[in-house]
Ligand binder design. Structure first.
Ligand SMILES: C[S@@+](CC[C@H](N)C(=O)[O-])C[C@H]1O[C@@H](n2cnc3c(N)ncnc32)[C@H](O)[C@@H]1O
Length: 304
């Protein structure tokens, strides 16, 4: 095990520390590849992965510790994130269909159909990309008012060209909307990319009206460890292929498995939504847990 400095270690665990009270302490963080806690207590292992200030005596002995995985640079740095999606934008629709073998449209349609919104809903399509969800919502609810929001201007230009009427360049961690503005917030393959998942969930919850919905579609880590490895390897190989063919840059799509390695499972995300203040969460799993659709309802006003 290569010794890691406190700062580098902190960077590796930042995303995990953000996602729940149980994980605030580095020693409580869950990482990939579980290993036994008692092994952690051994001097050598302890000294190699924990910053000096961490006291293991405060950690209950039943906690599972996993080996840390690096958070992708794009996820830590909004400029790199924007650069990456700026380059991807003209090919985005093609690559989404290619990666999902055309199933992405069906998943998104299911997300919209099962949401059961009011007749003329006000909807935020967050991390809208080229505006897939906005387009589907307008088709299903002709009276809908949709707002497409994304951190990458070039993506929004494509969304506007497809008819998204109100594109807004915004970061999910600081949404420029008043509280309770939307009946529903749709997020397609977005949450995995957000720098601070807990903060963006708080923002999404804030701008949703009481009784409103969050619908999210994203990649997830399959629970089965062998499947997880195969899935990550498969996404990596696919990423290298399409990155080289479309951009001459393999990294551009190997970001997907890299960002996924530091994300959660479908069940883990459901638990996170409940902790974030949603009262009812439903999830659907596709391709053996590698893709998940979530519907989460915000508590209505006056609910007990
Ligand atoms: C994989 S694309 C998803 C596009 C579309 N929602 C879909 O379902 O196909 C992810 C999008 O998230 C945007 N994004 C990344 N970080 C963001 C942030 N912090 N706030 C808002 N948008 C962000 C990117 O610019 C990119 O357009």
């Amino acid at each position: 095990m290569v010794p890691v400095s406190s700062e580098r270690f902190a960077a590796r665990v930042t995303h995990l520390l953000e996602i729940g009270p149980k994980m605030r302490h580095p020693a409580r963080a869950c990482f990939d590849n579980p290993c036994n806690f008692s092994r952690l207590r051994s001097h050598k292992f302890h000294a190699s992965i924990f910053p000096r200030s961490v006291s293991l005596s405060s950690v209950p002995p039943f906690v599972t510790i996993r080996v840390p995985v690096q958070v992708p640079a794009e996820k830590r740095n909004p400029r790199l994130m924007r650069d990456m999606f700026h380059a991807v934008a003209p090919r985005y629709d093609f690559i989404t269909r290619a990666f999902s073998y055309g199933m992405d449209r069906r998943w998104k349609r299911t997300g919209v159909e099962r949401a059961r919104l009011p007749r003329n809903p006000v909807v935020l399509d967050l991390a809208s990309g080229t505006g897939d969800f906005s387009a589907l919502i307008r088709r299903q609810y002709p009276g809908a008012r949709t707002v497409a929001a994304d951190i990458t201007e070039r993506m929004l230009a494509f969304a506007r060209a497809r008819g998204a009427p109100h594109p807004v360049c915004a970061d999910a961690c600081a949404l420029p909307f008043a509280a309770a503005s939307f009946d529903c917030v749709f997020v397609g393959y977005g949450l995995r990319n957000f720098r601070n998942l807990a903060l963006s969930l708080r923002e999404i919850e804030r701008v949703t009206r009481p009784g409103g919905l969050l619908v999210s579609l994203d990649f997830f880590l399959p629970r089965n460890r062998l499947l997880r490895r195969l899935y990550l390897a498969y996404l990596y190989a696919q990423g290298v292929f399409w990155g080289l063919v479309l951009h001459g840059r393999p990294r551009i799509y190997t970001y997907i498995p890299d960002s996924l390695r530091t994300f959660v499972s479908i069940d883990g995300f459901s638990a996170l939504l409940l902790r974030a203040g949603y009262c009812r969460v439903e999830a659907r799993s596709y391709i053996l847990g590698g893709i998940g659709l979530h519907w989460a309802a915000k508590e209505s006003e006056g609910a007990e």
